[in-house]
Design a protein around this ligand. Sequence first.
Ligand code: ASP
Length: 447
Amino acid sequence: MSAEDRLQGYVGRVRRILEDAGAEIGDEIEVRVGEKTYRGILIARYELADPDHVVLKLPSGYNIGIRMTGDISVRRIAKARKPGFTPPPRPEAKPGLPKVTIVSTGGTIASRIDYRTGGVKPALNAEDLLSIVPELSEIAELDSEILFSMFSEDMTPGLWNQMAERVHRLIESGVDGVVIAHGTDTMGYSSAALSFALQKPPIPIVFVGAQRSSDRPSSDAATNLIAAVRVAGHAPFAEVCLTMHAWHSDDVIAVHRGTRVRKLHTSSRDAFRSVNHEPIAYVVGGEIKVNTEGLNPRGGDGYRFRPGFSEKAALVKFYPGMGPEIFEVLAERGIRGIIVEGSGLGHVANRLIPTLKRLIEEGIFIGMASQCIWGRVNMRVYQTGRDLLRIGVVSLDDMLAETAYVKLSWCLAQTDDLDEVRRLMLTPIAGEVGARSLPTRAEGVVA
Ligand code: ASP
């Protein structure tokens, strides 16, 4: 390893102080600034970060930046230990419990901190998750598989397809429920994807993520996972759904419908909300409380496996000042359908209408969702909306824009016929549109 690597990201005076102390990334060091003393593991910095700070990972798991000015000294206490993790032995399975398989795709829930870089890396496999959350063995007879080891921002329609195929095989193998551990960034897209590919499944398919990795004291990984396994193994309904904290505390976990859920906060543990819908259930004190009527029942016989996602769909947000170029380029690149996140009731600037008209005439599907998030598209109220309807833009009602994009990707893989794409987009398939409007965003409503 080069000298450069050993103090990655540290430059100038601070770097020299660390060098003089013989400290390297990953070492346990003590930093004294005036009266204050800090102990922790020296972690790497981004090249562009402020050069006057040293970053330590404290024993609590949190990182602290220390400004290295005034009376300072640094002492190396211990050499870096290679980060390692030995899971405790897996608890004995209890007889008679439902069989649940955890499929790990990566993300924070399946991650550990890399102390060398300070970053979070997908590293824990599902087997590790089981052994560090021993309560799970009281809830279900567990099995685990690693499908991907990635952050969800790298997910693609092709990978949704692989995920659907894997879950289909598990359904055929006779398990009672499937949990999919997933990064939170695009978990709502994946849960929508599986809702279209695995229609009316006989068992629950439960997505779960974590906003804080499992080595942090405030991690939500264990509580979310326990709730997900409970839903997968014991819920009376068989829906593609997503379990995450309902609010900041650990006592209520919300179960959201796979096509109606959105990540609405960058960091908070209750980042996910059902949109234009209530959560379908809550897990409160280990009990599942069903919150919605008419859910697909466990063990029903209407299951249809319809895989396939096309890479030829796009999602575009309208903004004031937008020109037609984005649409033109997408058409040139062979995109076959576009979901537009329009303003308000479903609008774009009038100057874009001739371009959209041409694209529709060329056989490209254009669907309208709203960037308002809450409420439904209604393109009959204003002249702009009526003009968009007249050229053939399809109004997507109260469907979330991301869900509309996933559904379009799915539709384009099912058929080449544009009329059939239009028909499918307007046919409710997995609870993605609703007749009833919720008056508000139902903030903080729990059972
Ligand atoms: N960027 C991460 C991901 O979506 C965040 C997380 O895991 O929650 O994979």
